[in-house]
Design a protein around this ligand. Structure first.
Ligand SMILES: [Cu+2]
Length: 77
């Protein structure tokens, strides 16, 4: 958590194409460096990604675009 005192929304997406824990670590680091994202965790076994974000800075559409740009098809569940 970077900004525990700002409003956050938590959302979960289904993510496809993760083939190793290296992908998970890389993606979590990239997401955590993104403005508006407070926390990101990936459940590799279930193919789920949970992101806590500040809705004043980023929205779900941008989150999905961000993950998909990394090469992983993502959809809201
Ligand atoms: Cu990998």
């Amino acid at each position: 958590m970077k900004n525990s005192d700002t409003a956050t929304v938590e959302t979960t997406f289904r993510i496809e194409g993760i083939t190793c824990t290296g992908c998970v670590t890389d993606m979590e680091n990239i997401l955590l460096d993104t403005d508006g994202i407070n926390d990101a965790s990936i459940d590799y076994a279930k193919g789920l990604i949970t992101i806590s974000y500040n809705p004043d800075e980023i929205d779900e559409k941008k989150l999905i675009n961000k993950v998909e740009k990394l090469g992983f098809p993502t959809k809201k569940i």
